[in-house]
Design a protein around this ligand. Sequence first.
Ligand SMILES: C[S@@+](CC[C@H](N)C(=O)[O-])C[C@H]1O[C@@H](n2cnc3c(N)ncnc32)[C@H](O)[C@@H]1O
Length: 530
Amino acid sequence: MTTPPTTSSVLVEENKSLSQSSLWRMQREYFEQESINAWVNQVPFYITSNPFIAYCYSQLVINFIRDWTKKHPETKHLPFYILELGTGSGRLSFYVLKTLTELLEAYKMTDIKICYVMSDFTRNNIKYYETHPALLPYLEKGMVDFAIYNMELDKPITLLRQHITLNPETLQNPLIVFANYIFDTISHDGFTVHDKKLYELLISLKTEMSNLKDNRPVDMEKLETVYHIKEIKSDYYSDPVLNDILEEYKTHLHESSLLFPIGSIHAIKYLNKISNNKLFIISTDKGYGTLNSLDYHGHPSLSFHGSFSLMVNFHAISEFFKKTGGGSFMQSTRKGIKTSVFYNGIQLNELTDTQYALQQYVEEFSPSDYFTLHRRVSDSFQECDLDTIAAHMHLTRWDPHMYLKLKNRVISLISEADPETVEFMATYMPKLASNFYHLPKTECVLFEVGVFFHATKNYQEALRYYEQSLPFVGEQFSLRYNIALCQHHLGRNEDALASFKKALELNPDSKETKEWVTFLEKGKNGGEEK
Ligand SMILES: C[S@@+](CC[C@H](N)C(=O)[O-])C[C@H]1O[C@@H](n2cnc3c(N)ncnc32)[C@H](O)[C@@H]1O
């Protein structure tokens, strides 16, 4: 939400084109400073970074590669690069790497070389990925690399491990690009259509004196935005294609203010250039996909959530592709986020598997539909029985984020639940554990998988997962105590005694632990078994 100006505010900048505003610099400063902590309860990222969306994207990629290599068998031995823009937490990358590996095996395509490039403008994020334990196996296989890429600039994209620069020589196959929650984050221009005339939206920023340090605003959320309009009488952009799109808006819209994703189009032009005009972009973001949906809006407002975002004009991006020889696949209208696919240098009607995958994973049951259901179950899981929870976990593809919400309900239902449902869940607990991607200040699902097996009296498995969680949760009373209980149930009383003693060091007031230590010490000296 933007706030109206107050009399005590100071002018930070006046009547700037939106894309030239200092807002974008402040946005980058925010991500640079926060780095991975931006995803600790600040910037939303669940919708674009879960195992379900990763499965949809992986299916699109695999089917596209299958079609492409069928049609161009000579390119089969050349790598396919997937470039993720504004990667953020890295959680989508991990789930895609994992799913692609499974699909390459399932489709007997293990001879295909994929290089997944996690890019971001800030090195601070890349430092987090470089040592992430979940990414390590893919690094060792040479399946993942990293690159610093600021989409507002045309600087070479060089892989930090392989020292390869993405350019027309290295990119023989089409460049596959993932762009989630990034087109809404980088620069936009703003326009207003009124009485068949086109106006530029000029932005002024104001803030309270107390929000200034060295003449620069400290907290973006305390900025007040004011718009003025200025009529455009000649070509606005130097690129006639972009002017054509603006002309379409001037002619067809009745009365509206709209955003134009100029930063994103700038990046797309650069990516086209380095890929010999062979691009396949998949993007999920909040935005407008049709001309009609752009009509009758007021001036744009910034949404703040740590960083800020604006609605993406997917229609303009689609028009840009169509007018430059490419095309798009836009899912039918949904409330909230949408998935769109843009391509160049590709005849989609010749790629039958890709077309089917687009229908199946973008149009039919899409990441957006998944999120709607996920939200409903998140809000009402206390009313759900274990059968419903298990089915929903299956739909999420065993997503740790969801399980962490449901875990207490699951444990409370186990003793009364149908044994077949409990067995079903137990079968998929290893999959849930394998989806663990560590982020700061986030609970560790490995521990919770241990708790599940503990509750089902499978002490061997419980112990295994408790031990795996140790490097992530650190020495903690509850972990040591649970380990000790499992060791005792497995008849390993000496280990159990040592573990209870460690637990007691961590919580010297625990009466139960003291009793266990006394009891096991007695047993060791020939006392009776519990
Ligand atoms: C809103 S987050 C989205 C992260 C991730 N794609 C997701 O869906 O959760 C935006 C990401 O883009 C990066 N970013 C911001 N400005 C950028 C720019 N000009 N070029 C490249 N990345 C940028 C930020 O560092 C951050 O990682």
